[in-house]
Design a protein around this ligand. Structure first.
Ligand SMILES: Cc1c2[nH]c(c1CCC(=O)O)Cc1[nH]c(c(CCC(=O)O)c1C)Cc1[nH]c(c(CCC(=O)O)c1C)Cc1[nH]c(c(C)c1CCC(=O)O)C2
Length: 342
């Protein structure tokens, strides 16, 4: 079978128009998503229901014909599989049992494999139902980002509790991140074997770290995942999205070994093009331009294409789509990207 367009770009090819998908493309901005979530009961129940998780994964593909689907799940199923009593509070976000310093040694990953089986079953179903030209992206959170939710027990604006934990107990932090890295590598490998074409590692909170801490707590555990994956699946294609890490992205790509880097919308064209000389980039439209629509959207799309359309590019947002994005604006984005002649 011919290689899917997204994979060709991950292998360094430039395609015109570039392959296109949107982070969080299955979500609350779609009425059919809200209806399916309702049917499942709540967000987490949806994540563990293979039939309904497959359904919401496919919804944006049917509507917009994106080049890739992303498995519908959440990065926090890993701490959930460790028994950290995850729940999602409507309108507020995730809540977990905050992880105390002396609990790190007691974390037990032995139930994770069985716990995550419904997600793997969803991957199988999605692959069997997707159009053959559409790539399927698996994912996990990067260990540092997952740890920020485990330690604080919720999202925080600056990850102060986790930075303090890391500075006071660096060896324990290393141990926690290594455990999460090994669980995540096993989990990604299962996704790839179940039919994912490639995987993305979401480092949403790398931008709160200084250089030395970024190397130790973000790059090292991500490199551990990449190395374990490559040892077991040499052709695995891996996208690393380290939001807010602009000035560290070249080091991040070189030292983690990911194939492509995701750019958030603050990464300047010149920096992104330098990265593109080493391999594909993905991004980086500000999600709020999609909410605004009109000229703000057109100018934003054109800028991404002007900045990166000359090399291997996966068109995407610079972070997830927001619930207030109008569907008509997503349609306008798709038309404009697909009209690009390079
Ligand atoms: C940090 C993070 C999380 N989850 C994720 C990240 C990394 C990316 C990022 O920075 O956004 C990743 C994620 N979360 C979700 C996906 C599904 C795939 C996709 O369509 O991209 C992916 C890839 C579904 C989701 N994950 C969540 C929703 C909304 C839940 C709902 O339906 O109410 C969805 C569709 C919930 C979630 N999950 C998380 C938070 C902080 C929240 C609450 C914020 C919010 O409500 O938007 C943790």
């Amino acid at each position: 079978m011919a290689k899917r367009r997204l994979i060709r770009v991950l292998e360094g090819e430039r395609l015109t128009p570039p392959p296109l998908w949107l982070m969080r493309q299955a979500g609350r901005y779609l009425p059919e998503y809200r209806a399916t979530r309702e049917k499942a009961g709540n967000f987490l129940a949806l994540c563990y229901n293979p039939e309904l998780a497959a359904e919401v994964t496919l919804q944006p593909i049917r509507r917009f014909g994106f080049d890739a689907a992303i498995l519908f799940s959440d990065i926090l199923v890993i701490p959930d599989a460790l028994g950290r009593s995850l729940r999602f509070v409507e309108g507020e976000g995730p809540r977990l049992e905050p992880l105390a310093v002396d609990e790190v040694e007691r974390l037990d990953p032995s139930r994770a494999e069985a716990h995550l089986e419904p997600v793997i079953e969803a991957v199988r179903r999605i692959r069997s139902e997707l159009p053959k030209e559409t790539a399927l992206i698996g994912f996990c959170g990067a260990p540092w980002t997952v740890a920020t939710y485990m330690i604080a027990g919720r999202g925080t604006p600056d990850q102060a509790p986790t930075r303090l934990f890391a500075y006071r107990e660096p060896e324990r932090m290393d141990a926690l991140l290594a455990l999460l890295a090994d669980m995540s590598a096993d989990y990604l490998l299962r996704q790839l074997r179940a039919g994912a074409d490639c995987v993305q590692i979401f480092e949403s909170w790398g931008g709160v770290l200084g250089e030395a801490a970024f190397r130790r707590f973000a790059i090292q555990p991500t490199r551990r995942i990449v190395q374990r994956l490559r040892a077991a699946a040499p052709d695995a294609r891996i996208i690393g999205f380290a939001k807010g890490a602009g000035a560290m992205l070249e080091t991040y790509r070189a030292e983690t070994g990911v194939d492509a880097v995701g750019l958030d919308w603050t990464v300047p064209g010149e920096i992104g093009r330098r990265l593109q000389a080493q391999g594909a980039v993905q991004g980086n439209l500000d999600p709020l331009r999609l909410v605004a629509g009109g000229r703000a959207l057109e100018e934003g799309v054109d800028q991404v294409l002007a900045d990166f359309g000359g090399g291997p590019l996966i068109f995407n947002l610079g972070h997830g789509i927001t619930p207030d994005a109008p569907i008509a604006h997503v349609e306008a984005l798709v038309r404009r990207v697909r009209d690009f002649k390079g």
